[in-house]
Design a protein around this ligand. Structure first.
Ligand SMILES: [Zn+2]
Length: 264
């Protein structure tokens, strides 16, 4: 029966064929069990600060946000060499909530929008660098040729890549009514929850834009964390629904990379 349901779901992909009321009906619990993750982690005296790296397209050219794959690999290799622990969204939540971490250096690698080139860039990073990463995916883009398909997303998820919410249409949330914001965020979360059989706990605000109500909507639709494009290291001082990130620009050398992961 499950297989038949999955097949029907796959046929409805184009995700946007799925009616909103069907999506909302299957909302999963937003509880995150942090205990099993953090049992051996060490508590810090001061509030933990760590880099949430922000990438987009992994390609030699593109808009101003692209990073060539050679640079991306060099940076992952550096993080591995320096014994960084790569966080999942659930682990990032645990760090922020409990102020405990697994080792000295931690990092959360994130890529926004779900560009198709992310597939080659990410599929072997766990094997090659013991790395994990998170793609903040725009649900409505999955039918567009330059973005990850549903099947690529499924495959990435099986390779230690978390797939999280970047809304349904990538509209700037600060310009939308509350109802429209709820629809954009909730519909995307529920699509991910259903198709990937998960509880999506984090989101990235499109273009980093949000207003006063956006973090409350993110919380009320079941998200534990939300990331912005505000520059700096992340800590619980930011607020868990308005976390800073560290933008990685094209062409920076390892010296500059080291500076930004340590200081934001
Ligand atoms: Zn985006």
């Amino acid at each position: 029966m499950k297989k038949i349901m999955a097949l029907i779901a796959a046929i409805l992909l184009s995700w946007n064929c799925l009616p909103t009321n069907t999506i909302s009906a299957s909302k999963t619990s937003s509880h995150v069990n942090t205990q099993h993750i953090s049992r051996h982690w060490k508590k810090s005296k001061d509030n933990i600060k760590f880099p949430i790296l922000m990438y987009h397209s992994i390609a030699p050219t593109g808009n101003s946000l692209n990073v060539p794959i050679e640079q991306f690999r060099e940076e992952l290799s550096y993080l591995k060499r320096k014994h960084f622990y790569f966080l999942t969204p659930e682990e990032a939540y645990t760090v922020l909530k409990t102020n405990k971490k697994p080792r000295k250096n931690i990092v959360w690698v994130t890529l926004d929008d779900g560009y198709k080139n992310n597939f080659d860039a990410l599929k072997n990073i766990h094997k090659n660098y013991k790395a994990k990463a998170t793609v903040f995916d725009i649900i409505n883009s999955q039918n567009a040729s330059s973005f990850l398909s549903y099947y690529q997303i499924k495959a990435l998820k099986e390779s230690h890549i978390a797939i999280q919410n970047h809304t349904f249409h990538h509209l700037e949330l600060n310009k939308l009514s509350n109802d429209k914001q709820i629809e954009e965020i909730d519909r995307a979360k529920n699509s991910l929850d259903i198709f990937l059989h998960q509880n999506t706990i984090s989101m990235a605000y499109p273009a980093g834009r949000y207003n006063q109500t956006t973090p409350l909507i993110a919380r009320d639709t079941g998200h534990k964390l939300a990331v912005t494009t505000n520059e700096g290291l992340a800590s619980r001082d930011n607020g868990l629904l308005t976390l800073n990130r560290v933008r990685v620009n094209k062409g920076i050398g390892l010296q500059e990379f080291e500076r930004i992961i340590n200081h934001g």
